[in-house]
Design a protein around this ligand. Structure first.
Ligand SMILES: [Zn+2]
Length: 228
């Protein structure tokens, strides 16, 4: 697990070189945003301990396996003493509901953990504001830290080899594009995220990008052309 302190309130945790989770510092401990792939729970807890605070809650951007992969393990290791928040629609997909007519790409592993909180746009998780950002999955959300305008964008955008919209098929990271449910909706969400004018863009895959405005605009233009 690679650990990078990005801001006083944000630590990036990277598994397998390109799968990110984040520790967001709050007064009572950390919010863990996403959990990376399976069998990462111990390393995620150790990273929080090394940073000096416990994981108090887990907030998920979406239901894909490389984001919820260690959720059950973490819930077990933390003896259930952690609140789990998941976007409402993705939680219903995990519960077996057919929330959309078409087939859902990406991996949707079975989860034992039922979320304590169902996230809707406008909700808050500590310092994070929940931003509706559907398209990559039906319920996908992003989190904006309103203290410093850090944006945790999940898989709406990727930052491996530069900022890209996940709907746009880009090397070196086509996997997020292939796992995207509705490319047009994801592009609309990318526009919503850009309009938030984040100071720091942190995504599910790739390094964080400071002052991402121009690079995001270019990525949106490329994705728009690719869809037309
Ligand atoms: Zn995903």
């Amino acid at each position: 697990m690679r650990v990078r302190q990005l801001t006083p309130n944000l630590i990036q945790l990277t598994r397998l070189r390109f799968v990110n989770a984040f520790l967001v510092r709050e007064e009572d401990g950390f919010t863990l945003v996403d959990t990376t792939v399976a069998r990462s729970g111990e390393a995620l807890i150790e990273a929080a301990e090394a940073a000096g605070a416990p994981i108090r809650r887990i907030a998920l951007t979406h239901g894909h396996g490389d984001h919820v992969g260690s959720l059950d393990e973490l819930r077990g290791r933390l003896n259930g003493a952690v609140e789990v928040a998941m976007p409402e629609l993705d939680a219903r997909i995990h519960a077996g509901e057919d929330v959309v007519d078409d087939k859902l790409p990406g991996s949707w592993p079975e989860l034992e953990t039922k979320p304590d909180v169902l996230l809707e746009p406008g909700d808050r998780v500590g310092s994070l504001e929940v931003i509706g950002a559907p398209g990559h999955t039906p319920g996908h959300v992003a989190f904006l830290d309103t203290r410093d305008r850090t944006l945790l964008a999940g898989d709406v955008l990727t930052t491996l080899g530069g900022v890209a919209v996940s709907s746009h098929f880009t090397l070196p990271f086509p996997i997020a594009a292939m796992a995207t449910w509705d490319k047009e909706r994801n592009l609309a969400s990318a526009r919503i995220l850009r309009a938030l004018e984040p100071q720091l863009l942190a995504t599910g895959h790739g390094p964080a990008v400071r002052d991402p405005g121009k690079a995001t605009v270019r990525a949106i233009e490329r994705a728009h052309r690719a869809l037309c």
